[in-house]
Write a protein of this length. Sequence first.
Length: 409
Amino acid sequence: MRDHLPAEGLFAEKAWRTAPQPFALSATHTEILEKLGIVLHHFNTACNLLYRQSAAGKMHPWVAPLLDAGKPPELIALSRHEKVKGQVSAVIRPDLILTDDGFALSEIDSVPGGIGLTAWLSETYSALGENVLGGADGMRKGFASVLNDGEVLISEESASYRPEMEWLLGANRVRSVENYTPNGKPAYRFFEAFDYPNLTKLKEAWQPGHPLTAPLKPYLEEKLWLALFWSRPLQEFWRQEIGEKGQKFLQRFIPYSWVLDPTPLPPHAVIPELGIQSWQEMEKFSQKQRELVLKISGFSPLAWGARGVYVGSDMSAEQWTEQVRAGLAEFSTHPRVLQRFMKGALAKQDYVAENDEIVTLTGRARVCPYYFVVADRVTLGGVLVTLVPADKKLIHGMRDAILSPAITV
């Protein structure tokens, strides 16, 4: 593995633990992963339709204003342009927490990093004889199918991911978005939508309809969709658009979620599943009752990389109260989503320690399948598994995490 690592590395100033073998998933887990991409593409398409219908006043007029909160008018107008009305992301990467019951879907990332890393892991472990999910070249072929001869537009904030993209595509196809002007080629957007207002050159030259994945539709990147999926007024819409089977399939994996909306309820009403009449009652929750996750939904520098995420049971009552109050106060500009905290199952995997000794880590795993969508056909390109020590509440790439592809056992 060390001999195959590119001289320039894959992540700037980042390291991880290396496993002798890929992470082992059961046949049941693999079957879920093979189905999930298709259902998530249908879900994304349904989200796009719901927003546009809401913005046009044709159904559920409260949805579009909720998803547009805090966004500049120019970006809202761009996302609603007729030339992009049917566009959704061609790359889908859900974050799946491995649980005792299967998976818990904590987020759907439509502009994910890790594509080059996962491609390298898949190729390298395959060369060592492992039958990784997606195959040796699944990531490379999948990304090529959505990018064609295009370029990656990367921001300074995402610069640590530049080496993996340069290894995958070559340095000449990785462009700094701060100095970029459209040239007719397709592009992969490796910058967050909240960066757009500060990208002067791009704003001056950008035309709606330029081939871009993910499209500049910040409303599609809101974590609020996971709460809207559970919203009672929308249940019939989801059933019609993704089918009853698709709806029930996602209900198995999306934790129950709420929009942290400060609008007062009638005296006789309660917040579903929580049984409280106002969010202020959460301030008095016990540690057990605080097995909840509070997240900034989307259009914010704190909405990615495990920033802006708070696990209630891991905080004092005072800290939890502070975050709940902040979320309610910032609803009009930075809405929050509240989710049930799904504790990851314990899993074991070997890794190579610094002294070259093989050590077993017992930890919790995040499973990230990469799906590529071309003409409504969804393929699984590969799977990146991140195993972190068991005492970590949030699972993300870190120096003491094992990063590896997945196999079926």
